[in-house]
Design a protein around this ligand. Structure first.
Ligand code: FAD
Length: 415
């Protein structure tokens, strides 16, 4: 009997378990055990995509990843979005593509993704052990026979570290993967929270709850690090929303304190056009300045920009000077917001950095240091953009490890 342990019953671990048992020719001779430290598997899957689970992105075979991308694209090209959608179709879950290649289950419920995975594990005879935390792994030899021992007692022929990264510890992930991999001699690259909101200095709480479509540049040490476009959400601590979260990896990875987000709050207007708009409003408009920009942006945002320019929101529109109008127009196009930090791991959706991929084989996910030890998912130094990329990586890397183990077992059974 060949025994496989998968540490972590998250996205990559469950995909790995299923792929092993779909690949092996004789399931009776194999025992696959998923070991999960929480009371149930897949808790994080339930909260993905705001409860809808954005389970892949149609563009994710060739773009949208950071970290060791060369390593990642090997399995991402093998287990493409189409392949992973096929994997889910086979277990009874159908999907729909929405804007920007984002793919969701037809049910619009993340719980159906987890259920489909759980039911398939059940059908294939995967053993699931919950409430059991793995704190120790080591490789031992009895003559030529190698086993990997978990928690100094359970011995396995193959072990897969699928215990995730350090983001969102409330869903079971607080960096255990790194400790386990270090025990077996693996290196961990610097880790940082990614896909997380940003804390800002001197930020005005008055904007809490305001959403606005903006263009934005992330400026680190005076250089543009990244640009983005989309809906910014203002909060009592700073900036949030998908386009902001996409910038966060660069903020948390940078040692610099000189970090700004330059917001273009009127992306549909050129500087000339917004200036002309303001001059027209002065000429034809009446009333007070807080209503000056109501035709183009959220009123509370207008009030904040006025204050930033030193213009009293209750002053008369007709009293504005040319200079004040030009200053306000410039601020609408480039509002320089100082960034203090990215919020921490507890608030992040993923971890940037992780297990050093150079110590793993990208074709198999097997460790180059410890035979029959595999790693997949967020534990590795790969992270993706918002939009289904991180789950795509979890399915693809998990299936790669699973397929390899299944084939190894087939070969051993043939001998
Ligand atoms: C709020 C939120 C929303 C997200 N939305 C999306 C989305 O819509 N689309 C997308 O692509 N990505 C999304 N992500 C990211 C995505 O969920 C993760 O990247 C992905 O789940 C990682 O898969 P994984 O298998 O590597 O790890 P995880 O899914 O995190 O699973 C790891 C499992 O290992 C268990 N574990 C940890 N340590 C141990 C131990 N010592 N012993 C035993 N078990 C252990 C954990 O309890 C956990 O169940 C989101 C993340 C969050 C937090």
């Amino acid at each position: 009997m060949q025994k496989v342990a998968i540490i972590g019953g998250g996205a990559s671990g469950l995909a790995c378990a299923i792929e092993i048992l779909k690949t092996v020719k004789n399931r009776d001779d194999v025992k696959v055990t998923v070991i999960e430290k929480l009371p149930r598997v897949g808790k994080k899957i339930l909260v993905t995509g705001n409860g809808r689970c954005n389970l892949t992105n149609m563009d994710s075979a060739t773009s949208g990843f950071r970290g060791d991308t060369e390593f990642a694209y090997v399995s991402l090209k093998k287990y493409t979005p189409e392949s992973n959608i096929g994997f889910f179709n086979e277990i009874g879950l159908y999907t729909r593509e929405e804007d920007e290649g984002r793919v969701y289950p037809l049910s619009n419920q993340a719980s159906s993704v987890l259920d489909a995975l759980r039911f398939e594990c059940d059908r294939l005879g995967v053993e699931i052990i919950c409430d059991y935390k793995v704190v120790h792994i080591k490789s031992v030899f009895n003559g030529a026979v190698q086993k990997i021992v978990i928690n100094n007692k359970d011995r396995f022929d193959y072990v897969v570290v699928a215990s995730g990264g350090k983001a969102a510890k409330v869903h079971g992930t607080d960096g255990d993967s790194y400790d386990l991999l270090k025990m077996t001699g693996h290196k961990i690259t610097p880790i940082a929270p990614a896909l997380v909101s940003l804390n800002c200095d001197e930020f005005t709480k008055a904007l809490k709850g305001v959403r606005s479509i903006c263009k934005m540049d992330l400026i680190i040490d005076g250089e543009k690090a990244l640009e983005n476009y989309g809906e910014v959400q203002f909060t009592d601590y700073g900036l949030s929303g998908i386009p902001i979260m996409q910038l966060s990896r660069f903020v948390s990875m940078s040692p610099s304190n000189d970090i700004y987000v330059n917001l273009d709050t009127t992306p549909d207007f050129t500087l000339d056009k917004i200036e002309n708009y303001l001059f027209d409003r002065r000429e034809f408009g009446t009333g007070i300045c807080e209503n000056l920009l109501i035709g183009v942006m959220n009123k509370q945002l207008c009030i904040t920009l006025l204050k930033e320019c030193g213009i009293a929101p209750n002053s008369k529109i007709s009293d504005l000077s040319d200079n004040e109008i030009m200053k306000l127009a410039k601020l609408c196009k480039c509002w320089k917001i100082k960034i203090k930090t990215a919020r921490g791991f507890d608030f992040a959706q993923v971890t940037a950095g992780g297990a050093d991929c150079s110590q793993f084989n990208p074709e198999t996910m097997e460790s180059k240091l410890v035979e029959n030890l595999f790693c997949c998912g967020e534990a590795l130094d790969v992270d993706g953009d918002c939009g289904g990329y991180n789950l795509q990586w979890a399915w693809s890397s998990g299936r790669t490890a699973g397929h390899t183990i299944g084939e190894r077992i087939n070969n051993a059974q043939n001998q």
